[in-house]
Design a protein around this ligand. Structure first.
Ligand SMILES: Nc1ncnc2c1ncn2[C@@H]1O[C@H](COP(=O)(O)OP(=O)(O)OP(=O)(O)O)[C@@H](O)[C@H]1O
Length: 259
């Protein structure tokens, strides 16, 4: 896969909540077609950085360019377009509990206000099929679904508008290892099929090893390491040593060597 075009360009980004500085002068470029994983300790600002790429948290300083547009300095129409070009799977509140599976996936399509009911129906069923959810589940309520199925439906909703960028916040949290593996395989094949760029926050080493092309490590308010895993693990930083050096880290890295 040729990785050349930058689709996200963050430069000189600083984030403050009151007197609390979360990020300081961060630069990060994400390239078209790659899966970039953001890792870091609890509270290091991973989710906040993801939300800044999505236009949900304004940085104190710096610039965020998404698909060539300035995220925090463009008109309303441009903002709306950018939103439709990004799909998001948040860790919490993945689905609206009062809506059926069908209506959850239909929601972003209805918000477009341009599609007729027949087209919406076709697209919803297509997206559910893409993530391996059978048509019979479309009428179910989220509470009737297994954890793995909820994630798949949320992914179908994230893909509803055919996004170019897919943002995943802890996509495998709460799934057992077999379900995690299935979900990771799904993301990998969708990336190939749909030419997606994926930005993912994860604590899960197995997921990280299985699908990330590059990893960005957030610590000390900065990105202290950025690159493929074999490069990252050579960097001498306490977070990296603790994260990759434990028993789970060693097991996950062994899996990487066997790939
Ligand atoms: N809206 C907000 N107002 C004030 N503080 C915030 C806000 N959002 C996040 N924070 C603080 O910013 C810091 C970074 O939060 P963030 O959720 O980005 O970290 P994280 O790396 O994703 O953590 P975790 O792995 O625990 O989810 C935390 O100290 C958090 O309390």
């Amino acid at each position: 896969m040729a990785i050349i075009d930058p689709v996200i360009e963050i430069t000189g980004l600083t984030t403050r909540f009151g007197s609390h500085i979360i990020h300081e002068n961060i630069d990060l470029t994400v390239y078209k077609g790659e899966i970039l994983a953001l890792v870091g300790g609890s509270g290091s600002g991973k989710t906040t950085l993801l939300r800044q790429m999505l236009g949900l948290v304004t940085p104190a300083q710096g610039s965020v360019r998404i698909l060539g547009a300035r995220r925090y300095d463009c008109g309303r129409e441009e903002q709306r377009k950018l939103r439709t070009r990004s799909g998001v799977l948040f860790q919490q509140g993945a689905l609206f509990s009062a809506l059926t599976v069908f209506e959850n996936v239909a929601l972003p399509l209805r918000e477009m206000r341009t599609l007729c009911e027949g087209t919406i129906r076709e697209l919803v069923m297509l997206k559910l099929g893409m993530v391996g959810v059978e048509a019979q589940h479309a009428r179910k309520m989220p509470a009737e679904l297994s954890g793995g199925m909820v994630k798949r439906v949320a992914l179908a909703r994230a893909l509803a508008l055919d996004p170019e960028l897919l943002f995943l916040d802890e996509p495998t949290a709460g799934l057992d290892p077999a379900l995690s593996e299935g979900f990771v395989d799904l993301v990998r094949s969708l990336r190939e099929e749909l030419a997606l760029t994926v930005i993912m926050v994860t604590h899960d080493l197995d997921t990280l090893v299985a699908i990330s092309d590059r990893v960005a490590v957030l610590a000390d308010r900065r990105i202290v390491a950025l690159g493929p895993i074999p490069e990252i693990i050579t960097i001498d930083h306490p977070f990296i040593t603790a994260f990759f050096g434990g028993m789970r880290g060693r097991n996950a890295l062994r899996a990487l060597q066997q790939h």
